[in-house]
Design a protein around this ligand. Structure first.
Ligand SMILES: Nc1ncnc2c1ncn2[C@@H]1O[C@H](COP(=O)(O)OP(=O)(O)OP(=O)(O)O)[C@@H](O)[C@H]1O
Length: 252
């Protein structure tokens, strides 16, 4: 279980980016964080793996406080937290399977990683994961030759080979066409259940969030104004988050 308690962050004095954010997520659940631009969604994700240093609160992953970890502990904890990015962050000139194997780098010495020393077991697992994301026949193709949706599926396989407890997705479908976005959201949801992990995604697409996520967290001006199962996300709640005028456009 992931439990965030009273998380707070200011980038500048007297200008809080996050105030008193508290929520819990169980394993096997897919959570969407929604809210207007600048609300603080990315700041929450980056705090969860300590890419930014927040100011106050607790982030407990299965009871262990990520914020209290020293450097060595944090390196170990980060293996348990996979990341998926809007722009995929793949090495385009390398093959699909090499990119998936990069997810193992957190488990290796710098030298082993640099010379691409992976075990047979790791290679077999990479192929199995590529099969799960529907890309087994692309294993030896360069990533530069893939579509956006395919690249994001490589990103998902790369995160899963870390054996994460949590996957954090920063706008994972923002660069995708509607069909690929739908496909990636369904895949994230299905794999979250299959691997019994926690998946947290920042999203601007409220319709897709409601359709695929189990839980929705709404952030407005650095404050959590909504936290409930996705079925309960009403038009009133959306209007409260984004303003009345935006509701129709956002829900469609
Ligand atoms: N490195 C930074 N230095 C100063 N202020 C920052 C920094 N990063 C974010 N902020 C500010 O913190 C607030 C929250 O930003 P954040 O990027 O978390 O929002 P967001 O909800 O993810 O937005 P978007 O949907 O546009 O990505 C904003 O007011 C933003 O300007």
């Amino acid at each position: 279980m992931l439990e965030v308690k009273n998380l707070a962050k200011s980038y500048q004095k007297d200008k809080p980016a996050l105030t008193d954010i508290s929520f819990k997520v169980d394993s096997g659940k897919f959570v969407a964080i929604i809210g207007p631009s600048g609300a603080g969604k990315t700041t929450i994700l980056r705090s969860l793996n300590q890419l930014i240093k927040d100011d106050d609160g607790q982030i407990l992953l299965d009871g262990e406080d990520i914020r209290a970890a020293n450097k060595a502990e944090l390196r170990k904890l980060r293996r348990q937290i996979g990341m998926i990015f809007q722009n995929y962050n793949l090495v385009e000139r390398l093959t699909v399977i090499e990119n998936v194997l990069h997810g193992r780098l957190g488990y290796k010495s710098t030298i082993s990683g640099m010379i691409g020393r992976y075990t047979e077991e790791e290679k077999r697992e990479a192929l199995e994961l590529l099969d799960k994301v529907g890309l087994s026949e692309f294993a030896l193709q360069r990533c530069s030759e893939l579509s956006g949706g395919q690249k994001q599926r490589v990103g998902i396989a790369r995160a899963l080979i870390q054996h994460p407890k949590v996957i954090l997705c920063d706008e994972p479908i923002a660069s995708l066409d509607p069909a690929s976005a739908q496909n990636v959201m369904k895949l994230l949801k299905d794999l979250t259940v299959e691997f019994n992990i926690i998946c947290i995604a920042n999203l601007h697409q409220i319709g897709l969030a409601k359709e695929h996520a189990d839980q929705i967290i709404g952030i407005r001006k650095g404050q959590m104004v909504y936290n409930d199962v996705s079925e309960n996300l009403s038009e009133d709640a959306i209007a409260d988050l984004y303003g009345t005028a935006a509701v129709k456009e956002l829900v469609e």
